[in-house]
Ligand binder design. Structure first.
Ligand SMILES: [Zn+2]
Length: 252
């Protein structure tokens, strides 16, 4: 059996051929409405950074956008080498490690800037409950303060861009952690409520977590052998609810 997948717009065609039957017989084309579009790629453009930075994610597709700009010098050139144009930058929050390269990116591309809080170059406001198009998918904005008062997460059917409200791993925990809340203006109690809000608004179908730090996490809700993204967030919530410091020199 040969299986090939052809991508046409937002529709996935899966073609299954039985070799013994040849290509003319036994063809079975099935059209799946593509919940998980394969036309959008997600590039962690800060992956090779030698300075402290958040993960900045470049999402290609119908609407190429950047989630956070990061702090890695030269990131605008990497974006330029990866996509033809950049339509927008969405900020999860405006801590320095997320925005240090923002001016360089906006100087190089004619991209709109969207953020929850004001910014001199902002074109649009991110509002809780609104929907934004990232790559080929729609994401709901979920306001998630605590680590930062202007923090939002982007929640789609299959993926979440979580910024620093929840991360898969960091120096404190390997399988479900959360952003620091011990600095001025931060609040653990708010962060706990934000994680609860995120869980309430998380579709059952979410499989991938793209956090502002640490590794990308993939876990299918149907696969009993791996934790689902929901489980990772629940674990982060449980750990945050201990109301203990994460560690003394947490960077983010
Ligand atoms: Zn931060």
């Amino acid at each position: 059996m040969i299986s090939s997948v052809v991508i046409l717009g937002g529709v996935t065609l899966q073609r299954q051929l039985t070799i013994s039957e040849g290509y003319d017989e036994g063809e079975d084309w099935t059209v799946y409405p593509s919940k998980q579009s394969y036309t959008m790629d997600i590039h962690a453009v800060t992956a090779d950074a030698e300075v402290f930075t958040c993960n900045a994610y470049l999402v290609s597709g119908d609407r190429p956008v950047l989630i956070d700009a990061g702090a890695m010098p030269g990131v605008a050139d990497i974006i330029n080498n990866t996509v033809d144009n950049l339509e927008a930058v969405y900020l999860t929050h405006q801590h320095t490690d997320h925005v240090a390269q923002l001016d360089a990116v906006l100087d190089q591309f004619d991209a709109e800037l969207y953020a929850y809080n004001d910014h001199p170059r902002r074109d649009g406001t991110l509002v809780d409950g609104d929907t934004v198009e990232i790559g080929d998918e729609l994401f709901e904005i979920v306001y998630t303060p605590g680590h930062a008062s202007d923090h939002v997460a982007f929640v789609g059917d299959t993926r979440v861009f979580s910024g620093d409200v929840v991360v898969y791993n960091d120096g404190a925990f390997d399988d479900g952690s959360f952003g620091r809340t011990d600095m001025t203006g931060q609040s653990r109690e708010q962060l706990i409520k934000s994680l609860q809000r995120l869980l309430e608004r998380l579709p059952q179908t979410v499989e991938e977590l793209y956090a502002g730090h640490g590794d990308i996490y993939r876990g299918s809700p149907e696969d009993d052998t791996t934790d689902s993204v929901k489980t990772i967030i629940e674990r982060a919530l449980m750990r945050a609810e201990r109301r203990e410091p994460k560690y003394s020199n947490n960077w983010f």
